[in-house]
Write a new protein. Structure first.
Length: 219
């Protein structure tokens, strides 16, 4: 949160549902927080109880969604993709933009993970669909890694890592499942990013991730 004398940017994020005054389990909020941390931009968290949204928050985010960030006087910006793009332009150092041809690497992992974590039938193909996506990501990292854009972390990693964190915790808890050892590059990628200072400072507790997925798993 340090590194500059400018006024901290204000950002509204999901509050924890298990621990008072803690960050909640929103991967899109974490993506923005990771960007702020990696760029050493000072920020001020405003924790929002999404189960009981306060009026001040609905005034600045009429759809009631997080994250929203205040980068200029009285101008709040929603949508994590838009926010990250603005941060890249406003705070160009260090550069985090991922080249367009690499920006979608790993982007289908979330859409295959969700059906698997919700699945009640072990033979419905959802596990294999996820494994296929993780396997192609493993092959990509083997040839192009350790990160999506090579040697240095970039925006694509900061978007994917929070989703992989959700995957690891929720599948471990609800399915007793983990990324297999046959995908060493994916496992190393997760271990490396999850141990970054910026990640440990901005990730939700495992309890929050588990609680956040419970309604979807139990539906």
């Amino acid at each position: 949160m340090s590194g500059s004398t400018t006024n901290p940017v204000e950002i509204c994020v999901k509050a924890s549902i298990t621990t008072p005054n803690k960050l909640g389990d929103c991967p899109f909020c974490q993506k923005v927080l990771l960007t702020l941390e990696e760029k050493k931009v000072p920020y001020e968290l405003k924790l929002v109880d999404l189960t009981n949204k306060p009026q001040w928050f609905l005034n600045i985010s009429p759809e009631g969604k997080v994250p929203v960030i205040k980068l200029e006087e009285d101008k709040w910006v929603p949508d994590s993709d838009v926010i990250v793009q603005i941060l890249e332009e406003k705070y160009p150092e260090p550069p985090l933009a991922t080249p367009p041809e690499k920006a979608s690497v790993g982007s289908k992992i979330l859409s295959t993970f969700i059906p698997f974590v919700k699945s009640k039938d072990p033979n419905d193909g959802t596990e294999q669909a996820l494994l296929n996506e993780l396997s192609s990501f493993n092959d990509y990292l083997k040839d192009n890694g350790p990160f999506i854009n090579g040697e240095k972390i970039s925006a694509a990693d900061l978007a994917l890592a929070p989703k992989l964190y959700h995957l690891e915790i929720s599948l471990g808890h609800y399915k007793n499942w983990s990324v297999p050892d046959t995908l060493p590059y994916v496992k190393n990628y997760m271990k490396t990013i999850f141990s970054l200072d910026s990640f440990t400072k901005t990730c939700a507790t495992p309890e929050d991730v588990i609680a956040g997925w419970r309604p979807k798993v139990m539906a």
